[in-house]
Write a protein that binds this ligand. Structure first.
Ligand SMILES: Cc1ncc(COP(=O)(O)O)c(C=O)c1O
Length: 404
């Protein structure tokens, strides 16, 4: 028995030392994707340049049609960024100055800044510790306790590519006559009960920032909706509030998607399903590697596990924009991985309710404990469709070396 333990320890040590020697693992390597679609992309760019049509136009219309089909919505409206997509869809959904919109503090800044840009007030409620998505119980509790007539909307974020609890959120929205604007920036192709994100509320907003699972070669965004009026209003808002050139019904913004970005997105639309599947395979591989590593502890084990995997909600079709785990001594692990050139990121180190610019909202440390805990212990590991098994072993090997 002793001999077997010694042999196992030796094998583990040698796998750790080979991980140590392993090459660096990038957090994201977009050049691998580029290499695989270079011909298609070059052709598309050359075609746009030859047409000399750079703003909106045929490529944008084609992308909007293809995206609407893929996402199962009636309307898709391209715009200049994910931030604009959220902002304009809030306005188009009828959010007015001095309204209140309930959202999560555990997200990228734009989730809340767009509510402020729309003239409204963000109301932050806590997240579920297992998924880190907005907790519907906290949404309902907040509505019951404050009974504010000003609350007009809920903005769930499908964090890391997994849908928030849309059954409960839609029930609450319908009980209290609220709009739902989905921040689906990280979730192109994610589903809830088989239905794609972006069509699960009043409107949805996507980002095509280069690190996103569907991305362009610059900034880009998309508004989605099944509501004809919201669609028409979004189209007008992205073009200076005009439906007829040089005639302005209201003050909108310049938030047009350009033809080059749309042409690149049209190429990528042919691959997105496959890429999302490959992200899922990579995520499954991480689950297996972590489970067999001992980093998750063993049932009834004496020591607490240093690593915890986030829960996959059964109703959600995850697209793993990010693969995030919760860990002990997060900042030390991060420094260790950085030193070994193993990619990692912290999404997000400071929840939105504690950001300096939102001090006027009056939140204090301890108000939203689950979000605050998550900000201290989450770490995202490299995930992208072209990531290799040996790179994943190197990532987990480095974590073993740090903890075990
Ligand atoms: C959750 C979330 N919301 C909004 C945005 C904003 O998108 P963009 O950077 O395209 O403006 C992002 C991406 O950066 C995001 O991750």
């Amino acid at each position: 028995m002793k001999k077997a333990t010694a042999a196992a320890t030796k094998t583990a040590k040698s796998s750790r030392s080979s991980a140590k020697k392993a090459r660096a693992v990038p957090m994201l390597d977009l050049s691998r994707q580029y290499d695989s679609i270079k011909k298609e992309v070059t052709k598309a760019i050359n075609r746009v340049c030859a047409s000399q049509h750079y703003i909106l136009g045929e490529d944008v219309t084609e992308f909007e049609n293809e995206a609407a089909k893929f996402l199962g919505v009636k309307y898709a409206i391209g715009c200049a960024s994910g931030t604009d997509a959220i902002w304009l869809s809030l306005l188009a959904s009828g959010i007015q100055p001095s309204d209140e919109v309930i959202t999560t503090p555990f997200s990228f800044f734009a989730t809340a800044s767009t509510i402020v840009r729309a003239g409204a007030k963000p109301i932050f409620v806590d997240v579920e510790p297992e998924t880190l998505n907005i907790d519907p119980r906290c949404v309902e509790d907040r509505i019951r306790r404050f009974a504010s007539a000003k609350i007009k909307g809920i903005m769930p974020v499908h964090l890391y590519g997994q849908c928030a609890q849309m059954d409960e959120l839609n029930r609450i929205a319908s009980d209290h006559k609220l709009k739902i604007v989905e921040d689906a920036a990280q979730a192109f192709g994610a589903t809830w009960r088989g239905k794609p994100a972006g069509g699960l509320g009043t409107a949805g907003a996507f980002s095509f920032y280069p690190t996103k699972n569907l991305s362009c070669y610059g900034d880009g965004g998309l508004i989605t909706t099944n509501d004809e009026k919201v669609a028409a209003h979004s189209r007008s808002l992205r073009a200076h509030g005009s439906t007829r050139r040089y005639y302005h019904d209201e003050i909108g913004w310049n938030s047009r998607l350009d033809s080059l970005q749309a042409a690149i997105l049209n190429v990528k639309m042919r691959h997105i399903e496959d890429w999302n599947k490959r992200r899922n395979k990579r995520a499954d591989a991480y689950d297996i590697l972590l489970k067999s590593s001992g980093l998750l502890g063993s049932p009834g084990g004496a020591k607490t596990a240093p690593v915890r995997i986030l829960k996959r909600t059964p109703q959600a079709g995850h697209i793993f924009h990010q693969y995030v785990v919760r860990v002990e001594r997060r900042d030390e692990l991060k420094a260790f991985l950085d030193k070994q050139h193993i990619g990692n990121m912290i999404y997000y180190p400071l929840p939105l309710h504690l950001q300096k610019c939102f001090a006027y909202l009056g939140y204090a440390p301890g108000d939203l404990p689950e979000s605050e805990k998550a900000a201290k212990d989450v770490i995202a590991l490299p995930i992208f469709p072209e990531l290799t098994s040996s790179e994943q072993s190197a990532v987990v090997g480095a974590m073993e070396e740090f903890y075990l």
